[in-house]
Ligand binder design. Sequence first.
Ligand code: CAA
Length: 390
Amino acid sequence: MKTGIDLISFYTSRYFLPLQTLADKRGVDVGKFHVGLGQERMAVPPPDEDVVTMAASAAKPLLDKVDKSSVSLLLFATESGVDQSKAAGLFVHKLLGLPSRCRVVELKEACYSGTAAFRFAAALMEGRPEENALVICSDIARYDLGSPGEPTQGCGAVAAIVNAAPRLLTFDDASGLHAEDVMDFWRPNYRDEALVDGKYSAKMYLNIVALTWTHYVEQTGLDVDDFERICYHLPFTNMARKAQAQLFRAAGIKRPSDAQIDEKVAQTLGYNRLTGNCYTASLYEGFACLLDTCEADLSGKRIGFFSYGSGCMGEFFSGVVQDGYRAHLFADNHKALLDNRLELSYQAYEDIFNLKVPEDGWEYVFAQYRTGPFRFGGVSDHKRHYEEVE
Ligand code: CAA
């Protein structure tokens, strides 16, 4: 029996900034954001929301559908961890009331580590039909105010159950891989905002689409026509269109039309356009969007996945959608979440951006904003405190 994704749930902040507002403030034609990058809004986390609360909020609906005592593995992938030592997953483990007989660890490699988490979880769940792995990708994408990366900011978390009887997607075995030490995007330990060589990062991303595709094809002999849709890591949605054009070229189709490109990627982009980059979660946000919103029946169809983490690590892999998948989606939750967010003014966005978690070790209780079922309540003695919202 093949392992894969059994359930998938997405969560993002209850606040957003329209990119029209940002364009007006920065004196930029909004077409650059709406058309050039393919982004419309960016999700902004309030001060009492972080990668832990987003992760727990994404995961909670899953645990109404599987027996908590069967969760033997929690892999937490993030670029924006909250502690240099302790795994963020341990806070989530407590918030969700998971069993103590559970392996919990945090994984890091920029936006790629979520894919490592999915692949590791699938391998560890093989031959263990009674167990479930909880994989969580949760991130807050931050760049300096006024920098080229600013309009691509965002936040969100994807949580998934991975097991040996998946109701959504079975993973294929092959992986096209590429690892290389490059400085295209990084975040030194003393910074909250990423540093990025934007054009170089996009160039590396595209190079690695071709390299991982070639490696994948060497193992499988599959062609681009064997894929019903392809989900790409989404730093902004137009990156997927560029990536698909690159993959077509690598597959020998020199001048793909816009229609050919859109056929493969368009239905993966809707959520990301409204949230912005969610780093580790972006690729799987695109997959959730595809399953939730694609009108065509994807049962039995092969989906490609391209994962990219700056620094850099890339992987192309695939899976097959399972019959009856539509009965196991959280599409209504996702729609309600995205439809019911509060719009921020530019000043409110900048004020939130400039707030920092106090570093002096005194006791702080944070004001309550709109969050999901969990919030970051404050700090004392350098310890973070999380609480369930009534
Ligand atoms: N109407 C329509 N389109 C317009 C326009 C207008 N008025 N003005 C500009 N555009 C178009 C441009 O032609 C361009 O299109 P193409 O890419 O097709 O050429 C697009 O809008 C963007 O314009 P610029 O290239 O001038 O934008 P920029 O240089 O200011 O910023 C960026 C782009 C470098 C990607 C920047 O957003 C950035 O640094 N982002 C963060 C890094 C990033 O996302 N890298 C992606 C790969 S790395 C990765 O994926 C990991 C990760 O998550 C970070």
